[in-house]
Design a protein. Structure first.
Length: 684
């Protein structure tokens, strides 16, 4: 009897020991921001596998409490008892997060709600998709704050808008084909496993849905096409689709392959082969390969892509990896995950096998890295201050100066102009990506330039990339920000004072002031950059240059229209002996200075675009009839009050090929520089 009692006691002790071990292990805080917009019911299956792993691994929230699947996430929160829901919005900042996990943004549709019995062929979205403001918040925390990032399928395909998708895929290092797919154990429509909208869409474009047995459904979001690979029709084999880890993936995670993956996956292409941690390998027959080839679908594509962002890691999981119908009701048991991994070997086709054998060890490494990852703190850029107004630069006599390390330093401007277009695109497409800006800024800095000059609003990626570059560079790249004005109305009306022209230009001025301070949401407009501008680059903006090359015919016409206008006297700008065009420019500069000082307690030197055609010189070699008909003289526009601290400067566009007199005037063509060399300008 004693032997039996001892044996039972020993067994109970051995069973209880892992629980004791778990309770005596140290817990560690790990701030994980979970975004999950696909929570139609209270099962939380798109993220509860992650919260279980966090708790099992001994990671806690900042206050020491465990993670809760029903509340510790941003997204859709259903209330089945009250047949209602609420939405917890992604905050404006995710500062302090060690890891950001975007589990799913597919969203919730009316037909998915547990209390809604209606079914429809076309799903009706309630809430879903990643919007630009949310993505900019995530991206900013990764790039500037050093937080690690995991993004899972479906987070950038439908219903996420195209501009957001393009920015996300660029950041994650993938190109989206538009295709996604899923393995189904039973394709028969009567089984109700395949969504009704899939069958309806297929039958709209093809014949009757008459598939039986297991197989894959592939969906093209861009073209709304459906392709099916059926095992019964000998298009795929019984092994489904699995992951094979690359050499670096195996080394990093200690994994070589995965069990069959049975949920939705994304078909994308990696922009760099070395970023692929694991790729998909599915059991295709020659018939299946031909179907893929005929539809332009790649047979091999990445499952996990890793990008390094300075001190942060950004992963893309091209599948619903964390999706699991049920997780254990307890987690306080040391070694439980390993036990479940061993047990799942006996059921390799079980939906839980992938979770225990692949996802759990994968995330164990990623969570450990996030715990040990030092947070990247943004450099604080100190600006000069006068009467509560900050300014990063000033004009001192004939020199530009910048405020660095608590003192004013003269700067020789070595600048690079940047337009809105890259080869193969039009300027209005705003097609330059953030990664391209980042690469260019490094190259520009390497060639020892120190100032960028842009003429108009660029995409958010420009400002994000510039901020990121300057926070880690030994010497910053400064910016001269231009403000564009539409040429066509000026050419048509020949009057800058036209109320519509002036009002639109002043709106552009205020918008760009908001942009450089990271406080702008710019809506889409043809030929114009747009997006959510959250990067405050104002410490690096050393000057404003407003306007364009002014048409001398318009300047002359304004002289005729307003002969008695006189001088301008504003809050920060005044004129002396100004013509009407100079009066108008002074008015716009004064409005810019006033808006930026009152809104942001910030200012910087001011200028306007000018060119040889409207300079204040006479050009006797001019063979045309418009080069000397009008003048816009910057010497007539002057700063006062607080703006006197920063001053103003002249800005001219000078071309080697226009106007013609530049190649005819003897003073230019026969000029000898201080080295004894002739300066030759010729049109080629």
């Amino acid at each position: 009897m004693k032997k039996i009692i001892f044996t039972v006691f020993t067994l109970l002790f051995l069973l209880a020991l892992p629980m004791l071990v778990w309770h005596f292990q140290e817990t560690e805080p790990l701030a994980v921001a979970i975004i999950d917009k696909t929570v139609p019911t209270e099962n939380y299956r798109e993220h509860h596998g992650l919260t279980w792993l966090l708790n099992y691994s001994g990671y806690t929230k900042d206050g020491g409490s465990a993670y809760k699947e029903d509340s510790d996430f941003y997204g859709f929160l259903p209330n089945e008892e009250e047949k209602d829901y609420s939405i917890r919005q992604v905050p404006d900042t995710l500062e302090g997060s060690d890891l950001i996990y975007v589990a799913d943004t597919y969203g919730v549709y009316e037909e998915d709600l547990s209390w809604n019995s209606s079914t429809g062929d076309a799903p009706s979205l309630i809430y879903g998709g990643m919007d630009m403001a949310e993505w900019e918040t995530v991206k900013r925390q990764v790039t500037n704050g050093g937080s690690d990032l995991v993004v899972e399928f479906n987070s950038f395909s439908s219903p996420t808008d195209s501009p957001v998708r393009e920015d996300m895929t660029e950041f994650l290092g993938v190109s989206w084909t538009g295709w996604s797919g899923r393995y189904f154990k039973e394709l028969a429509g009567s089984d109700e496993e395949v969504p009704a909208w899939v069958i309806s869409r297929y039958e709209d474009d093809n014949s009757t849905w008459d598939f039986q047995g297991s197989g894959f459904v592939l969906v093209n979001d861009k073209e709304e096409r459906i392709v099916v690979l059926s095992e019964q029709r000998n298009e795929v084999g019984p092994d489904g689709i699995r992951m094979q880890f690359s050499g670096q993936g195996a080394e990093r995670f200690g994994l070589s392959s995965s069990p069959a993956f049975q949920y939705w996956f994304d078909i994308s292409e990696a922009k760099a082969d070395e970023s692929v941690i694991a790729g998909y390998d599915w059991d295709l027959t020659s018939a299946g390969s031909k179907i893929l080839q005929d539809n332009g679908i790649p047979e091999a594509f990445p499952a996990i892509v890793r990008q390094q962002k300075d001190n942060a890691d950004a992963y893309y999981f091209a599948g619903d990896f964390v999706d699991i119908s049920k997780v254990p009701s307890f987690y306080q048991y040391a070694g439980y995950s390993k036990i479940m991994s061993w047990l799942s070997l006996a059921q390799p086709e079980s939906e839980t096998s992938f979770y225990w054998q692949t996802y759990a060890p994968l995330m164990d490494k990623i969570l450990g890295d996030a715990k040990n990852q030092p947070q990247q703190l943004a450099h604080e850029t100190i600006q000069a201050e006068q009467d509560g107004i900050n300014y990063p630069s000033r004009i001192n006599g004939q020199e530009f100066e910048v405020f660095q390390d608590g003192e004013w330093r003269p700067m020789t401007i070595k600048g690079v102009n940047m337009g809105m277009a890259k080869p193969g695109t039009f300027p209005g497409e705003a097609a330059i990506s953030q990664s391209e800006y980042e690469r260019w800024f490094k190259q520009i800095a390497d060639m020892n330039a120190n100032v960028l000059r842009i003429y108009t609003l660029h995409p958010p990626g420009f400002y994000e990339a510039l901020k990121r570059h300057n926070e880690t560079a030994e010497e910053p790249l400064y910016l001269l920000q231009g403000v564009w004005i539409d040429e066509e109305p000026l050419a048509e009306k020949l009057d800058a004072f036209d109320p519509e022209i002036t009002e639109r230009f002043q709106g552009e001025i205020r918008m760009l002031a908001d942009v450089i301070h990271g406080k702008a949401e710019v809506g889409p407009e043809p030929g114009h950059a747009s997006g959510n501008y959250t990067a405050d680059i104002s410490p690096y903006v050393i000057g404003w240059v407003i306007g364009i090359e002014w048409d001398p015919v318009m300047v002359e016409e304004m002289d005729r229209l307003y002969p008695d206008l006189g001088d301008f006297s504003g809050t920060h700008i005044y004129t002396e002996n100004a013509n009407p065009m100079e009066h108008w420019l002074a008015q716009q500069l004064d409005g810019l200075a006033k808006y930026e000082m009152e809104t942001y307690q910030s200012m910087r030197p001011l200028s306007f675009t000018n060119w040889v055609t409207t300079d204040n010189l006479e050009h006797p070699a001019d063979v045309g009839d418009i080069e000397d008909i009008a003048t816009v003289d910057p010497n007539h526009i002057k700063a006062k009050e607080n703006l006197s601290e920063t001053g103003m400067f002249a800005s001219y566009h000078v071309y080697p090929y226009y106007p013609d007199f530049l190649n005819l005037e003897e003073k230019y063509t026969e000029f000898i520089d201080h080295r004894g060399n002739a300066i030759i300008m010729r049109v080629i």
